[in-house]
Design a binder for this molecule. Structure first.
Ligand code: 5CA
Ligand code: ZN
Length: 483
């Protein structure tokens, strides 16, 4: 039996090293592709991505969205129509200028996001109030020439898994409701992968280029920095005016539509990995784990008992597969210990060990990845026990992550207090909403303003008080180091 040497991960307390080593060791991302900011999904990572994105698809489809697909290339004249939008993206756009050796008559942008690809079509599709709300989404790659430090799954130049939804409404209020709904869907999505979130309204100076306002969903990474993992933007009638998206209202008048857009990327995968992982590797919520159960035969007896063990493993596998679970029997010629190590690294939620003694007792050993708790389970009840255990794991993982998250939100009444704290998380201070004071808070603390919390994030504390800069009346706002 082979005792395979296993690479050792850096401890999770060295988060950046841990993250990069884990992506390679668990085969989530291969970062050796020879273009900066572009990475490769190997099969295991791709399976994880597929499982996570099927939750998003399910949530959007069940909420009346339809999936569509628009081109990657955007002609320069369309891209250049909306002034603020251009300004926000001009430094980040990749341009296609040639077809072979022939210069193109009009340059083509690789979409950094798809407003300017989709809205010329919406101009043709939207006719009357009866067409609305129109709620489409696509999951595509987008390209941004990011100049900040690129990082796999977190800051990419090719965002491979950009889920963008674009909706059209009759009026401002209906669009505002859709922005709220989008945020609810994102929070629901993140609950399904046990990632705690906080929602805030981004300050004016950090909203999406061309938007009326932006709501953002953030989570906290283990190093105390905040990662923006989703945004929803109210576009009002700004793009509608630029792209002439009008409709006939109930009185037969042609009026401008109101729009929203909202997106998430593979940062959702980064969040799931980073929030739950531990020193031994990935810890995956059962619903998204590429392998949900691994069965390890414990073989050390004579040939007859070995055969009995292997056949018990196969029959347990068949029972679990019959319940729709993704199961693997690891019967390779290797020590059980090195098999445990490998599958822990890959975050398999449940391990089942079956040896001669278990068979004699008509039971198996079941081990949870998140708590390492072992329990003996009667073999004829295995499916029910595994399914129950998976539900409990998801709930426990969410509770544990939420407690950690909540313990890292700090309230401060003065800027001095904030400075002393050396925040490893999110700081809540009062702000008068004057941009001057906002910039001052950012400058003095060295933190970025996330914005005024929306929903539960604002409860449980003093949500009003005196601005920490000028002393005028203010409301709570969130500050953090960000990715
Ligand atoms: N058109 C809108 C809504 S789809 C839009 O582009 N919004 S965005 O710019 O805020 O991007 C949506 C989400 O994509 C962000 O909240 C962030 O989570 C993610 N994202 C943005 N840039 C990158 C990047 N370079 N790498 C990975 N994810 C990114
Ligand atoms: Zn102030």
């Amino acid at each position: 039996m082979k005792n395979v040497q296993q690479p050792k991960l850096p401890p999770k307390s060295s988060f950046s090293e841990w993250y990069h080593e884990l992506l390679a060791a668990a085969e989530i991302m291969d970062i050796r592709y020879p273009v900066k900011g572009l990475y490769v999904w190997p099969p295991f990572g791709f399976a994880l991505r597929k499982n996570i994105y099927s939750i998003i698809r399910e949530l959007l489809d069940n909420d009346g969205h339809e999936e569509a697909l628009f081109p990657l290339l955007i002609p320069e004249n369309e891209f250049m129509k909306e002034a603020e939008h251009i300004k926000g993206f001009e430094d980040e756009v990749y341009w296609v200028t040639h077809g072979g050796v022939t210069p193109l008559e009009m340059k083509l942008a690789l979409r950094p996001t798809s407003e300017t690809a989709i809205y010329p079509m919406y101009k043709l599709w939207v006719r009357s109030h009866a067409d609305m709300p129109l709620k489409l989404y696509q999951i595509v790659n987008t390209f941004r020439y990011e100049t900040k430090h690129t990082r796999p799954l977190i800051r990419l130049r090719e965002i491979t898994s950009f889920k963008e939804a674009h909706t059209v409404h009759t009026d401002w209020d209906d669009a505002a409701k859709q922005v709220d709904r989008a945020i609810e869907l994102y929070q629901e999505f993140y609950r399904r992968i046990a990632v705690p979130t906080i929602v805030s309204k981004r300050p004016e100076w950090d909203k999406f280029p061309g938007a009326d306002y932006t709501l953002a969903v953030d989570t906290l990474m283990p190093d105390g920095r905040v990662l923006q993992i989703g945004t929803a933007h109210h576009l009002a009638d700004k793009f509608a005016k630029t792209f002439e998206i009008t409709y006939e209202d109930v009185d037969g008048e042609q009026v401008y539509a109101h729009q929203t857009c909202y997106g998430i990327s593979e940062r959702s995968v980064a969040a799931a990995i980073s929030v739950h992982g531990d020193d031994r590797g990935l810890v995956l919520p059962p619903e998204i784990a590429p392998v949900q159960v691994v069965i390890v035969p414990i073989i050390f007896g004579n040939r007859d008992s070995n055969e009995a063990v292997l056949s018990a493993c196969t029959s347990v596998r068949d029972v679990l597969t019959g319940h729709g679970l993704r199961v693997k029997v690891d019967d390779r010629d290797e020590h059980p210990g090195s098999k445990y190590y490998r599958w822990e690294l890959k975050g398999v939620p449940i391990r089942i060990e079956i040896g001669p003694r278990d068979i004699a007792g008509n039971s198996v050993v079941m081990v949870r990845r998140d708590t390492a708790v072992k329990q003996s389970v009667p073999i004829d009840r295995i499916a029910g026990e595994v399914l129950d255990c998976m539900d409990i794991m998801l709930a426990d993982m969410y509770t544990a992550a939420s407690q950690k998250f909540d313990s890292r939100i700090f309230d401060c009444e003065t800027l001095d207090e904030a400075l002393e704290l050396e925040v490893q998380g999110i700081l809540r201070v009062c702000w008068c909403q004057d941009p001057h004071c906002g910039h001052e808070i950012e400058e003095v603390t060295g933190l970025r303003m996330l914005g005024i919390p929306v929903g539960a994030a604002g409860s449980g504390v003093a949500t009003s008080g005196c601005c920490v800069v000028c002393g005028r009346d203010g409301v709570a706002t969130l500050m953090a180091r960000t990715y």
